[in-house]
Design a protein around this ligand. Structure first.
Ligand SMILES: C[S@@+](CC[C@H](N)C(=O)[O-])C[C@H]1O[C@@H](n2cnc3c(N)ncnc32)[C@H](O)[C@@H]1O
Length: 327
């Protein structure tokens, strides 16, 4: 215990490491992002991160060639004891900490701009890109099965893209709204919905992290092939949960963990899929239970290498309703 306590105090007893901790309380970062924000060399930043990880203050996980770092969630003692202090530092108005915070925000915005530029560029042939992964018709049929015939008064599609989910589920809601930060995507979505005669859905420009919808208004929310572009997928799940009525449900469709590194470069993916455990920790933090899950592996012998995962989550009330329907 004495050694471990000393390790923790040594780890945090240095300015750069305190700055790193303050940043990691804001969100997970890669070494290269930290390097840019701190203005220090990569080997130095890596050395500091190793010391923080050895002291149990930082968690890291590798995904392809990228290593992500974040503040340890449930740090065991003695690391847990300094957590409160570090959180206060992260929120403080100290000059250096505040400057790092601004740079953190700029770094996030720069990443979002890269993704947005990608979507603007690909908006017109996005449906072609989607077909590269798996037969959409199979996935869509499974999603409809999973949701069932229950009609939603309000359906919200976060990161709506070409509006495909609004079109697919058009007979399953009374009013639908989709949000996206790409105006090109929205223009295509509007044209698609009009062509399909879907008059009870609208698409609007808006960031999915702050959808202009009041708490507890939606019966069904969808995050279809969106989370792997985001730096904070957990925050997106929390925001989706905020929108749900008691009894409301959230459908997440994304990839299982994979190794197709080129998707980062060529298609602006940040994350190479998600495990069941990761999604479980996010939905739990957001207060949601799992109602159903499905795995759509590619057909053997096909060139497609991506497995699509579906997770249907719901508020505790939705679980109660599901059980009483089954009884
Ligand atoms: C791969 S597309 C998926 C579109 C749609 N959900 C579908 O499956 O057809 C991802 C979409 O998420 C949008 N997006 C990314 N970050 C977003 C954000 N922060 N807020 C709203 N939309 C976002 C992109 O502009 C893009 O249209």
């Amino acid at each position: 215990m004495l050694d471990a306590t000393l390790n923790v105090f040594r780890a945090v007893g240095e300015e750069t490491r305190l700055r790193i901790m303050a940043l990691l309380f804001r969100g997970e970062l890669t070494v290269s992002e930290l390097t840019q924000i701190l203005g220090q060399s990569q080997p130095r930043v890596s050395r500091h991160l190793k010391i923080l990880a050895d002291a149990g203050l930082v968690e890291r996980y590798r995904e392809g060639s990228w290593m992500f770092y974040r503040a340890a969630r449930s740090a065991a003692e003695p690391a847990g004891a300094v957590r409160h202090l570090l959180e206060s530092l992260a929120a403080s108005e100290d000059r250096v900490v505040a400057r790092d915070r601004d740079r953190f925000t700029q770094s996030r915005e720069a990443r979002a701009r890269i993704a947005a530029a990608y979507f603007e560029k690909n908006a017109r042939d996005w449906n072609e890109v989607r077909r590269l992964h798996l037969p959409e018709s199979d996935i869509e049929a499974r999603m409809r099965d999973m949701i069932g015939p229950q009609k939603a008064a309000l359906f919200v599609d976060l990161g709506t893209g070409t509006g495909r989910m609004l079109e697919l589920f058009a007979d399953l809601y009374e009013q639908g709204v989709g949000f996206d930060v790409s105006r090109d995507m929205l223009a295509i979505a509007r044209a698609n919905l009009e062509r399909a005669g879907v008059a009870h859905a609208q698409v609007r420009y808006g960031d999915l992290f702050s959808a202009p919808i009041e708490n507890g208004a939606a019966d069904l929310v969808c995050l279809h092939q969106v989370l792997h572009y985001l730096a904070e997928p957990d925050a997106a799940v929390r925001e989706a949960a905020r929108l749900l009525k008691p009894g409301g449900r959230l459908l997440i469709a994304d990839f299982a963990p994979h190794e197709l590194e080129f998707l980062r470069e060529a298609h602006a993916h940040r994350r190479l899929g998600f495990s069941d455990d990761e999604v479980k920790s996010w939905r739990r933090e957001a207060g949601l239970d799992l109602l159903a899950a499905d795995t759509l592996a590619p057909l053997s012998g096909e060139k497609q290498k991506l497995t699509v995962k579906l997770w249907l989550c719901g508020t505790p009330e939705s679980v109660r309703r599901l059980k009483s329907r089954a009884a």
